[in-house]
Ligand binder design. Structure first.
Ligand SMILES: Cc1ncc(C[n+]2csc(CCOP(=O)(O)OP(=O)(O)O)c2C)c(N)n1
Ligand SMILES: [Mg+2]
Length: 322
């Protein structure tokens, strides 16, 4: 089991709470038309995101996918700028031009969410090659879902990273579905981390990806391996998205019983129970964090609401490097 200080525990709880509260609010705002475009939620996958990102410094780099709110918030993305981005406002992190699938924060190593499934893998390999070439100790993480690992880009990227011993982790959140396609219908093996063997690299598996400490521990082993200059690794954690694939999903391919079963394994409740049972934090302290986050999300909404729309002239900015 991992040993963390109280501050570290509370920081992880805070980040998980931010992801939960932010996405619950965005869900409402999409329905009201305030947030435009396709949006994919990280609700239910808070532990999988925070347990992994907690190992990264701002000098490390990560590439996210379409479901990237969780990783972005876990790496301290400003909630105001993020909400403004989702609302298409000029004050957004990408000046309101990208929306949910194009939030990035280079200063914190967040190289962006990405609407192309499997689109982050090869870029992560390129970024890892840069780190190796420059001789840094920084690592790169390519976050993806289970479905994306059946794209050719996954196999090409892992193969090249393994051959060149690049400092990159392929971190898979296995939530059992790629849109409506169950993992059983998409692949012939029950687990994805076992693919590592085919490339001669280690694969790490976390059965309970809703337990933030279990994810943290599993990711810790992969980070130690990769930061130590031993080449890449694959990590698979099991979790579940509570909501539909995106805001345009009626969810007819999953039973209510299945969704309810996973809601019982709520990562927030699991962590709260651990923290209180171990005497690390009181319910009052955790309630105060929840109240603080609620206020942060309220403030982000107000900021986004009061922000101007972008001027059309910015549409063609930042396309070419000067
Ligand atoms: C190249 C490409 N193919 C298909 C899509 C449509 N699409 C968007 S998300 C998705 C499923 C992704 O599933 P998974 O990787 O498991 O991530 P999850 O949504 O479950 O987090 C698909 C097929 C796309 N955006 N890009
Ligand atoms: Mg999936």
């Amino acid at each position: 089991m991992v040993t963390l200080s109280k501050e570290e525990h509370l920081e992880m709880f805070l980040k998980m709470e931010r992801i939960r509260e932010f996405d619950l609010r965005i869900n409402k705002l999409v329905r009201r038309g305030f947030v435009q475009g396709m949006t994919h939620f990280s609700v239910g996958e808070e532990a999988a995101n925070v347990g992994a990102v907690q190992h990264l410094t701002y000098d490390d780099i990560f590439f996210s996918n379409h479901r990237g709110h969780g990783q972005s918030i876990a790496q301290d993305m400003d909630l105001k700028a993020m909400m403004a981005e989702l609302a298409g406002k000029a004050t957004g992190v990408s000046k309101g031009r990208g929306g949910s699938m194009h939030v990035a924060d280079f200063a914190k190593g967040n190289y962006g969410t990405n609407g192309i499934v499997g689109g982050g893998y090869a870029m992560a390999v390129g970024a890892a090659l840069t780190q190796q070439y420059k001789g840094t100790k920084n690592i790169v993480v390519a976050f993806s879902g289970d479905g994306a690992t059946n794209e050719g880009s996954f196999h090409e990227s892992v193969n090249m990273a393994a051959t060149w011993k690049l400092p990159v982790i392929f971190f898979i959140i296995n939530n059992r579905y790629g849109i409506s396609m169950s993992i059983e219908n998409a692949t012939n093996t029950p687990h994805l981390y076992t693919r590592a063997e085919a490339y001669g690299i280690p694969g790490f598996y976390c059965e309970d990806g809703n337990d933030v400490l279990a994810v943290y521990e599993t990711m810790g082993k992969a980070v130690e391996h990769v930061r130590g200059g031993n080449g890449p690794a694959i990590v698979e954690v099991e979790s579940y998205r509570w909501f539909g694939h995106s805001t345009a999903d009626a969810g007819v391919y999953r039973t209510k019983e299945e969704v309810d079963e996973w809601k019982k394994k709520d990562p927030m409740i699991k962590y709260r129970q651990y923290l209180t049972a171990e005497g690390i934090a009181t319910d009052e302290e955790l309630d105060a964090i929840q109240a603080q986050v609620k206020q942060e999300v309220d403030d982000a909404y107000e900021f986004a609401q009061n922000s101007p729309d972008p001027d059309l002239s910015v549409a063609f900015e930042d396309i070419w490097v000067d």
